[in-house]
Structures are given as C-alpha cells and as structure tokens.
Design a protein around this ligand. Structure first.
Ligand SMILES: Nc1ncnc2c1ncn2[C@@H]1O[C@H](COP(=O)(O)OP(=O)(O)OP(=O)(O)O)[C@@H](O)[C@H]1O
Length: 307
C-alpha cells in the first residue's frame, strides 16, 4: 500500500494584499520523485519555504507523514531534509570536515551514518578534498549528503540543477533516482525547466501564478518513444535515406512533400543522423515533434519554454 509522504491542504500565502499561493491541494506518495515545475515567479520557492517551516502559512496546512507542520512542527520537520537556498558549505574545509561540522549540531549522528551518506551521493573519493576545489555538481551532492544526515523520509530540493552543466545535471539525476528507488526517500524537486527534471521524476505538478495548473505522471513512453522525426532532403538522397533508415535501422520510413519521416526513440535520433551524414547525405533541416508531455506543458504555460 502506498503511503502519503506529503499532503498540501488548501495551502495559501499572502504577503500584504497580494495572494502569492492561492490554495494548493495535492499529495506526494512515499518513495516518489515529484517535480514541482513552473516559470520564474510562479510560487515554487514560497511553497517550498512553507513546506519546510521557513515561512509562515497564511491558510491551509502541510502534512508530512500525517504530521502537521503548523500544529506539530518538531515532529513533522524531523522527517524532512531540505536544500532551499544554496547549501551552506565551508570551502576551506574538506567534504568530511563539513559533514562532521553539521553532524555535531544534530543529536545522534554516528560516524557510520556520515560514511553512509557519503556513499549515498558517491563522494567517497573526493571526501578528503577541500570543498573549494569541488565542482558545482559535487557541492550539490555534498549538500544533499548534509540534508540526509538525520535520515529524513522526505528530501526537498529547490532548483538543484540551477547553474549546473549537462554532466552535473546527469550526476544529480542519477543520485536522486538511486535515493528514491534503493532507499525509499521521497524527493520533491523544483525547477523552471521541464527538460532538466522530466527524466528524474515520476510525477510533475505545474504551478503558475500560485495555482496548480496540472499534475501528471511522467511515463518513459511519453519521453522517448513517440518522437516523430522529419528530415528535409531532396531527390536521390531522400530515396537513399529512406532505404538506409529502413534497411539498416529497421524503422518504417516515409517520404512526403520533401520530408523523410519516421518515428523512433529519442536516444536513437543522433545515431540515425550519423548514418545519413556518413553517406554524404546533406541534411537541410531536422524537426523532432514535441512529446505529448511537452505539448501539454507548453499549452498550459502558454510559452515555448517553461522558464
Ligand atoms: N517577500 C515577498 N514580498 C512580496 N512578494 C513576494 C515576496 N516573496 C515572493 N514574492 C512574490 O511571489 C511570487 C512567487 O515567488 P517565488 O520566489 O515563490 O517564485 P518561484 O516560482 O520560486 O520563482 P523563481 O523560480 O524565480 O525562484 C513572485 O511574484 C514574487 O515576486
């Protein structure tokens, strides 16, 4: 049976006369990776700050494993680890010294637990290096290790991919998925970019102007299987391209109105393009149709990018 890890009940925030969060109602299940997506200024940080008790709730409530953050703050917050602003790390100390420092401020953190969180985020090799020498991705992972020290059930990360390069994003994605699947940690992760979080989340909730506008599961099939690719080619090369894609890659391919069209998983697109380029086929344009998930979010947000 799935357990509810976090429940938002008509959560509202007003600052002065302005209502910033207009009544959010949704649940996040235990062990789920939940993406909290919305354009800049949508209200993600405000919501997260209320979830972790850093900001007073104007109306409604947040329950963490059934415990109210309003009425039972101490018990509720024990279940949560969070990075809301940049993790506070000392660059002149090693990773281990940083973790030891934070562990001293929390009761009951053993040396074994510190080693456990280090291996959870894959920092064994770098843990005795000064944090000043860490990449941004490594710093984020050390921040996550720090947030996990007290063994929380729920980990909340506000824009953890901000400023990371694609390799850094991939690293974070990998550890987030591992934490959820192997350690049953529920993870809530906010972002203004769908592309950065769709691959690591089970479900995504979209917020705009303080309101939830969509909540949807991310099925791998919607991400990778349904891409339709159109390659603009002419005459003989088009015929050759159709043959190559059909015979070498065994994918049904059509040629219509100057476009070679086929469907394949997203990861296969660069391999197919390489096949054509190797055969000296000049490609004038490649168009990949949006996945249904992207379509839906772009329609909701009314922009071509979510950020
Ligand atoms: N202290 C405040 N006083 C007045 N307005 C505020 C305050 N804090 C936030 N806001 C407003 O509330 C709205 C939501 O801000 P919030 O930072 O939660 O959005 P966000 O989705 O996290 O955006 P970003 O991705 O840019 O951080 C914005 O319009 C912001 O200007």
């Amino acid at each position: 049976m799935t357990k509810t890890a976090m429940k938002l009940i008509n959560l509202q925030k007003s600052i002065g006369k302005k209502q910033i969060i207009k009544g959010l109602d949704f649940e996040i299940q235990s062990g789920e990776v939940f993406g909290f997506l919305g354009p800049n200024g949508a209200g993600k940080t405000t919501t997260i700050r209320m979830m972790v008790g850093l900001m007073k709730i104007s109306n409604g409530d947040v329950q963490i494993l059934g415990k109210s953050i309003k009425d039972n703050y101490k018990e509720a917050i024990r279940e949560v680890g969070a990075i809301v602003e940049n993790p506070e790390l000392y660059p002149f100390m090693t990773g281990l010294q940083n973790l030891n420092h934070f562990a001293r401020m929390m009761p009951g953190i053993t040396k074994e637990r510190i080693q456990e969180v280090i291996s959870l985020v894959g920092l064994e090799k770098a843990i005795n290096q000064k944090v000043g020498k860490y990449s941004l991705g490594m710093r984020q992972r050390l921040g996550i290790a720090q947030a996990l020290l007290h063994n929380p059930s729920v980990l909340i990360l506000d824009e953890p991919t901000n400023g990371l390069d694609p390799a850094g994003i991939r690293e974070i994605r990998q550890y987030i998925r591992k934490l959820a699947t192997e350690h049953n940690v529920t993870i809530i992760i906010s972002s203004h970019l769908l592309s950065e979080i769709e691959l690591m989340c089970d479900r995504i909730g979209v917020i705009k102007n303080g309101e939830l506008v969509a909540i949807q599961s991310v099925k791998p099939s919607t991400n990778v299987k349904d891409s339709t690719i159109q390659v603009q080619l002419e005459g003989k090369p088009a015929k050759k391209a159709v043959e190559l894609i059909q015979n070498v890659h065994h994918i049904d391919t059509q040629f219509e109105n100057g476009l070679v069209k086929f469907q394949c998983p997203k990861e296969q697109i660069p391999i197919l393009i390489q096949t054509l380029v190797k055969e000296d086929i000049s490609i004038y344009q490649v168009e990949v149709s949006k996945t249904s998930l992207e379509d839906k979010f772009f329609d909701l947000i009314g922009e071509n990018t979510i950020g």
